[in-house]
Design a binder for this molecule. Structure first.
Ligand SMILES: O=C(O)CCC(=O)C(=O)O
Ligand SMILES: [Fe+2]
Length: 358
């Protein structure tokens, strides 16, 4: 169920692989104990890495996400004027296509192009940030296949939340409360295309950032050595290139998180850092794609409800008291997810340039 990757006798700094399948089996005493092992493993992974591989092979045919990358590749391969027909500037500056280098992270242009889709809203109004309509490529089957994936990932999101609630020792009532904050997720589905990073490019394929929401489920094509994750480890020796300035004194290492068959890469965003009062850290990651091929990734962001008030969970505070010395643990400030999101993405609307550009 849980297979920490090891490297000879020394435990290596690679991400754990956690199989979520017990949460999709009919409950029985045996399944209950398997679920407990899964939630304990997710708890440890969130505390120690903020990133893990989630084995979803029991519920997903590998062809399904592969098809998504192929459809995205077909779209990115089309002429520029075709792609610009669904430019995000036509809508609410968040939903639609962004050209190569249009997105900026930490002040530098990212060497990628992409399309973003958000949860549809009632009464769309493209003059309001985030409140427009999704723009779909005309590539046959694109919309159907992506919408089917969104449904699957929404289900997976709720299941992983349930496993995390158990991992934090939440009571049934506490989980019910938390569930009400994520049961109408303001999700984001993204397709990203990365040409090889030119040696003289001042920046990254995607600059170092934390995801700002709840849970990210990333499927990427098999390209190796592209996604990198920053692990804080004191004594590991600093490798600070590419880190935002305020993280500059943090010691750690960048490790690569290559795709693993049957798995999505799962990481937690800043909302989980607040819910867990910092027990789980939203982890910096970046993409450095120097290979010769065109890389495609399709992250799905399972987010809280737009109006969710996100604040430290009692269960997290209890766990924190048990696992950490509670002395000097500061409480994170409550945040309304939609307001937080608007502050991030809304800056695009006002001429700002990046989802992760503070
Ligand atoms: O393409 C990737 O591997 C990661 C993309 C990413 O981190 C993001 O879109 O937030
Ligand atoms: Fe990310």
């Amino acid at each position: 169920m849980v297979s920490p990757q090891t490297n000879g006798s020394k435990p290596s700094l690679s991400l754990p692989i956690i199989n979520i399948s017990p949460y999709f089996l009919q409950a029985s005493p045996k399944v209950e104990s398997q679920r407990a092992a899964v939630s304990a493993a997710i708890h440890a992974a969130c505390r120690d890495f903020g990133f893990f591989y989630l084995d979803i092979s029991a519920i997903v045919d590998p062809r399904e996400p592969e098809e998504l990358t192929e459809l995205a590749r077909e779209f990115f391969n089309s002429p520029q004027e075709e792609k610009d027909k669904i430019s995000l500037s036509i809508q609410d500056h968040a939903r639609g296509y962004a050209r190569l280098k249009e997105n900026v992270t930490n002040g530098k242009a990212d060497n990628h192009e992409g399309i973003d889709f958000y949860r549809p809203v009632e009464n769309p109004d493209k003059t309001k940030p985030l409140w427009g309509e999704n723009q779909w490529p005309t590539v046959p089957q694109f919309r159907e296949k992506y919408e089917a994936w969104v449904e699957k990932m929404k289900t997976l999101g709720l299941i992983v939340m349930e496993a995390m609630a158990a991992g934090l020792g939440m009571t049934e009532d506490e989980w019910k409360d938390l569930r009400q904050n994520v049961d109408d997720s303001f999700w984001v589905m993204r397709a990203i295309g990365y040409p090889p990073l030119p040696n003289d490019h001042d920046g990254f394929s995607c600059g170092a950032h934390k995801d700002y929401g709840c849970l990210t489920f990333l499927h990427a094509d098999p390209t190796p050595n592209a996604l990198q994750v920053f692990l804080r480890r004191s004594g590991a020796g600093p490798d600070l290139s590419g880190l935002p300035a305020e993280q500059g004194d943090e010691e750690g290492v960048w490790i690569t998180a290559d795709p693993v068959a049957g798995c999505v890469v799962c990481n937690i965003g800043e909302m989980w850092e607040i819910w867990s009062n910092g027990l789980y850290k939203s982890t910096l990651h970046r993409v450095v794609h120097r290979g010769s091929n065109y890389r495609v990734s399709v992250p799905f962001f399972f987010e809280p409800n737009f109006n969710a008030l996100v604040k430290p969970l009692d269960a997290a505070l209890r766990t924190q008291e048990k696992e950490e010395s509670a002395v000097n643990v500061k409480e994170y400030k409550p945040t309304v997810y939609g307001e937080f999101l608007l502050a991030k993405v809304g800056s695009n609307f006002d001429g700002g340039k990046g989802k992760y550009d503070d």
